[in-house]
Design a protein around this ligand. Structure first.
Ligand code: LMR
Length: 341
């Protein structure tokens, strides 16, 4: 009897559920490709007053798809409803940036949303909820969220930098003329912004250090780095809106990396809380770093990475940017008066 192997139902909240990213993501979640074929799920969709009709449409399409694992779909505009007992909260809803904007200019617009959602999670979510912040500027939004949820371990909050990791893998594979699965150990350090640092010092191609395969250091330091840093912006110029399908894919990757054991010798990037990090990065930030998981939803930071001056300098720049963003949202983290540059 197949039903015997079914796991206990998990509750997954998705904010911005009527948006483009969610429209790709929800059907992947419902199909079982994220949490596995024995894991029944309930989808709890958070929308806004403005998007409520569209949200009803999304729920109808999910219902009409007859996914065997999808046991419940509910919709609401109240985070205290939606986050009740959730095991995962995928926080996508936020105002996206348009052409020519930097992600940090969304701080003001979006920060408050994440303070409110942090409070709601703190009040009603599962005590071990895993929270993945996608709405930009995602690192600082994740910091705001965790500061407003003191009863949930700060370790459980993630900012999505997996899309950047995937972009970096793709570019390295193209340059080396190999399939992307030959590229491993790629870390994105820092902020999901143009200061992010795609690490080609520790990354490997066919198990070899990248520099042994791609000898053109100039290309790595300039073209490669900038291409990854600016990929999101270029995409916005082309589409007139921000990436949606590839973002949804990277959310799937990010979750799967936490619920399946990390392959031997490899790691993945996630924006996580810096307290106690072994790299000397300022504490009390959400910073993308290399992680490994046993597949239990938790992770630990990778210790055996190396640094050179180039990498360290770049990391310092992204750290400085995040420290400045943090000062600018002090009113939302309960740390005083905001100071914005
Ligand atoms: C992306 O990287 O594509 C997203 O974060 C959207 C953006 O603002 O770039």
């Amino acid at each position: 009897d197949e039903t015997k192997s079914w796991k206990k139902l998990i509750n997954i909240a998705v904010s911005g559920a009527a948006g483009m990213i969610s429209n790709h993501l929800l059907f992947k979640l419902a199909s079982g490709e994220v949490f596995g074929p024995n894991q029944p799920i309930a989808l709890k969709l958070l929308g806004s007053e403005r998007s409520f009709q569209a949200l009803e449409g999304v729920a109808m399409e999910l219902e009409d798809s007859l996914f065997p694992l999808l046991r419940e779909v509910s919709i609401s505009i109240d985070p205290y409803d939606v986050f009740q007992d959730v095991d995962w909260a995928l926080l996508i809803g936020a105002k996206p940036r348009g052409p020519g904007m930097e992600r940090a200019s969304l701080l003001d617009l979006n920060g408050k949303i994440f303070a409110d959602q942090g409070k709601a999670l703190n009040a009603v979510a599962s005590r071990n909820v895993k929270v993945l912040v996608v709405g930009n500027p995602c690192n600082t939004n994740a910091l705001i969220c965790l500061k407003n949820a003191p009863n949930i371990p700060a370790k459980n909050f993630h900012a999505l930098t997996r899309l950047d990791e995937n972009r970096a893998k793709c570019q390295l594979a193209l340059e080396a003329g190999v399939f992307y699965d030959k590229v491993s150990n790629v870390t994105i350090w820092g902020n999901h912004s143009t200061t992010q640092v795609p690490d080609f010092l520790n990354a490997r191609i066919n198990g070899l250090p990248v520099k042994e395969v791609i000898n053109d250091i100039k290309w790595l330091e300039k073209e490669f780095t900038e291409r990854v840093q600016k990929r999101g912006g270029v995409l916005i110029q082309k589409w007139g809106r921000s990436s949606a399908a590839s973002t949804a894919v990277s959310i799937v990757d990010a979750i799967r990396s936490l619920v399946t054991p990390t392959p031997e010798g490899d790691w993945f990037s996630s924006g996580v809380y810096t307290k106690g990090n072994p790299y000397g990065i300022a504490e009390d930030l959400v910073f993308s770093m290399p992680c490994r998981s046993k597949g239990d939803g938790d992770y630990e930071l990778v210790k055996d990475v190396i640094f050179d001056d180039y990498l360290l300098n770049r990391i310092r720049k992204s750290e400085a940017e995040l420290l400045a963003e943090k000062k600018c949202v002090a009113h939302l983290t309960g740390e005083g008066i905001a100071v914005c540059d």
